[in-house]
Design a protein. Structure first.
Length: 400
């Protein structure tokens, strides 16, 4: 019953706006953190291959979550369940199974102990089971996601890479997840191989690269990457991680322009990190080049008002799958949902029921200084200070 109902819900949402969900699917899929120690999540969604022609791009966000321990779903399911719940409550439309970097070749890298006790399939099955239990009979979508393989980095070739991917895909098909995603891919070639395999399942397919304006790790321009992902068959394409909202939107704009020139129209998605990092815009490794990464990034954290601005800019650019990656907290996902609530037919998460956007609840504060801030004008015009005298505004030197 749930499977059929979910497929109908998915098709309906996609017909509205793929890219940011249902009109703008305002539900965050729990997303992963590529830097150990971050609570990350992502937003995404994609169109169903069985759908009729999608004339309206719909926005859907999904927030996917991943901690530093890849084996967490096996040894302590509680925090994984709790993070799924937090993002759903904030307004996420998608829950992403906790499967980042969980191929057998990754689990068995030299120096890793995980592969000696658990297999890729066992880990992915548990992650899918946790997501299913949290979602239950709700209309929240479940996403199964692939990430880069050591086999590609080691030059083992297409057959070896797809063999690693296929072990995860078999589990996702077993659990009948609603759609599939290849994320955080560094090179367009590996992305094409992933898309080819994912498309063979008949499920909707999304793909994101961890690229900025300089192109992928092989030097392929962002626009060309977008065209190649679309021609490979991805229903939704875009970028995730590594860069802040400003840089990610620049990259997506480049992708969109290239797609327009080729007459291609896949849905667009974007999932930036939750930190301001303009210094690394032209660096392939993105915010990994910051000396603060990963344990001292808090001063760079986006405010919820930054995320309101980001969500609006993404929507106006034509992105319909809007979310966030490393550093995005539940209140950030809620900000996306609230900013685009009108475009989503008023849909909001449970976490918005007792929340007044833009400081509206401050009107009842006993403090006059707080009541004076109870307006959108105040929070849009205010420029946050770091409170750190003597610290640079930007890092004068990046990592080598």
């Amino acid at each position: 019953m749930r499977v059929c109902r979910m497929k109908m819900i998915f098709a309906e949402k996609l017909s509205l706006v793929f890219g940011c969900n249902q009109h703008v699917i305002t539900q965050a899929v729990i997303f992963f953190s590529t830097a150990g120690g971050h609570r990350s999540r992502k937003c995404r969604s994609k169109r169903d291959s069985a759908c009729k022609k999608w004339e309206e791009k719909f926005s859907i966000f999904a927030c996917k979550n991943m901690l530093s321990d890849q084996l967490l779903p096996l040894y302590d399911a509680f925090p994984v369940k709790q993070l799924h719940k937090e993002y759903i409550r904030a307004g996420a439309d998608v829950v992403q199974a906790f499967t980042f970097y969980s191929t057998d070749d990754k689990l068995n890298l030299p120096g890793h102990e995980a592969g000696g006790t658990i297999t890729c399939k066992e880990l992915n099955r548990q992650a899918c089971t946790i997501a299913e239990k949290v979602v239950g009979e709700s209309d929240v979508l479940i996403c199964g996601a692939l990430s880069p393989t050591p086999s590609y980095t080691e030059g083992k070739g297409k057959e070896a890479v797809q063999r690693e991917f296929s072990k995860q895909v078999e589990v996702f098909v077993e659990h009948d997840v609603d759609f599939l995603l290849a994320e955080f891919i560094g090179c367009i070639e590996e992305a094409e191989w992933a898309i080819e395999l994912l498309k063979s399942t008949g499920k909707p397919v999304a793909c994101t690269l961890r690229t900025g304006p300089v192109g992928d790790n092989s030097g392929v321009p962002a626009g060309e990457c977008a065209v190649r992902m679309a021609k490979a068959g991805a229903d939704v394409i875009g970028v995730n991680c590594k860069f802040d909202p400003t840089t990610c939107l620049k990259t997506v704009r480049m992708m969109r322009e290239a797609l327009d020139r080729e007459g291609l129209s896949p849905f667009l998605m974007v999932q930036p990190v939750g930190f301001h990092c303009p210094e690394v815009e032209m660096q392939h490794e993105g915010y990994g080049m910051l000396p603060e990464n990963p344990f001292a990034l808090e001063p760079r954290q986006l405010t919820r008002f930054d995320v309101h601005k980001f969500a609006r800019a993404a929507y106006e650019l034509g992105v319909r799958y809007i979310g966030g990656c490393c550093g995005f907290e539940p209140h950030h996902i809620r900000a996306i949902a609230e900013e685009l609530s009108a475009e989503r037919g008023g849909r909001l998460g449970e976490g918005s029921k007792k929340h007044v956007p833009w400081g509206g609840a401050l009107t009842s504060s006993v403090l006059g200084t707080n009541r004076a801030k109870a307006s959108r004008e105040h929070w849009e015009g205010m420029q946050p200070a770091s409170g750190r005298p003597g610290h640079p505004n930007l890092q004068p030197k990046l990592m080598d």
